[in-house]
Design a protein around this ligand. Structure first.
Ligand code: R5P
Length: 331
């Protein structure tokens, strides 16, 4: 008896994994902006905190075989943000997601990348271990405090740079930016400063800092010439703005004409906003990797600006989904 030939039906053919984007609570405006750029809806999920402080995460739509991206930045309350992300990764894997990428615009624990005093944890590596243990297949992040933190992960990491966004911003603010000087606040930021100076075709200077104790640093000298020049200060982040105040003061003492500041992560903790409000600078800009509430923007005396990196994240997500190069986005 012959078996009748049946052509394959669409339902039996393998389908490409659908692109699904979800977000934790830490930076939903950025997640929404990324989705708007991608032209996909932000996935529906719910996070509830019980009275005993435990979190529960619930996806309100199917993730089966999906190419899932979960956007969660590590901003205050950081421990809740990390826990929520781990629960979301774990729940996505349990719900049969095909692949899970943790999109972490600001990986705050990157600052803890070495054993610089006895009996401490290298928390940047520990958090990487936890995310992988939860089931993250890939990581997408931006401007790690030190690029080698990338190596704490065994899964693939796409490490985006905000250099293009920062330098385009300076060019918009100061059309003759090439006559200015990019100032690195310390030796650790000289490579970033040099890349931005190349994009602006401007000069380059750096501050030599003296470490007084584990928690105290003092600027020793400014290497380079800023006299009568527009100075562009760049850094990975502003937290308390202590480093920024020192950097601006020394630039002014050395005769800087105008000072513009642009960093990737505007964390603005403790006295930061008050310090920026009283700072002798034209503007302090940071990217929306961390959500800056309106109250902080108002408190900074009109000096704060927010730069949008959602298009960059959206392009990276699109390229990861389609298997195209992500490094091409940096040029
Ligand atoms: C230091 O190594 C970093 O690049 C930043 O300059 C620092 O994290 C900023 O912290 P704060 O604003 O508290 O001085």
């Amino acid at each position: 008896m012959s078996v009748p030939h049946r052509p394959p039906t669409n339902s039996l053919q393998s389908r490409r994994s659908p692109l699904l984007v979800f977000a934790g609570q830490s930076n939903r405006p950025l997640a929404q902006a990324i989705c708007d750029n991608l032209g996909v809806p932000l996935g529906r999920s719910e996070t509830v905190k019980f009275t005993n402080d435990n979190l529960i995460v619930h996806y309100e739509e199917s993730l089966r075989e999906g190419d899932v991206f979960i956007v969660q930045t590590f901003s205050t309350p950081v421990s809740d943000a990390i826990m929520e992300l781990m629960l979301m990764i774990d729940a996505a894997k349990s719900a049969s997601a095909g692949r899970v990428t943790a999109v972490i615009p600001y990986y705050s624990y990157a600052r803890s990348d070495k054993k610089d005093s006895p009996r401490i944890s290298i928390a940047g590596r520990l958090v990487a271990d936890l995310l992988q243990e939860a089931g993250a297949d890939r990581i997408l992040t931006m401007t790690l405090h030190a690029p080698q933190v990338h190596g704490f992960f065994k899964v693939p990491v796409d490490h985006l740079s905000a250099d293009l966004v920062l330098s385009e911003h300076f060019k918009k603010c100061v059309p003759d930016a090439h006559d200015g000087v990019v100032l690195a606040p310390d030796a650790g930021s000289i490579k970033r400063a040099s890349q931005i100076a190349r994009r602006l075709d401007s000069g380059l200077a750096m501050i030599d800092k003296e470490r007084l104790s584990d928690t105290e640093v003092r600027p020793r000298a400014l290497i380079g010439d800023v006299k009568g020049k527009t100075v562009f200060i760049v850094d990975d982040e502003i937290s308390t703005a202590g480093s920024l105040v020192e950097t601006v003061n020394i630039a002014r003492e050395m005769g800087a004409k105008d000072v513009y500041v642009a960093v990737t992560h505007g964390v603005y903790t403790g006295p930061a906003i008050q310090r920026i409000a009283g700072l002798d600078v034209t503007q302090v800009a940071s990217c929306n990797t961390v959500h800056v509430p309106e109250s902080k923007i108002e408190g900074a005396n009109g000096r704060l600006a927010v730069l949008d990196v959602a298009p960059l994240f959206a392009n990276a997500i699109r390229n990861i989904h389609t298997g195209d190069s992500v490094s091409t986005l940096f040029s």
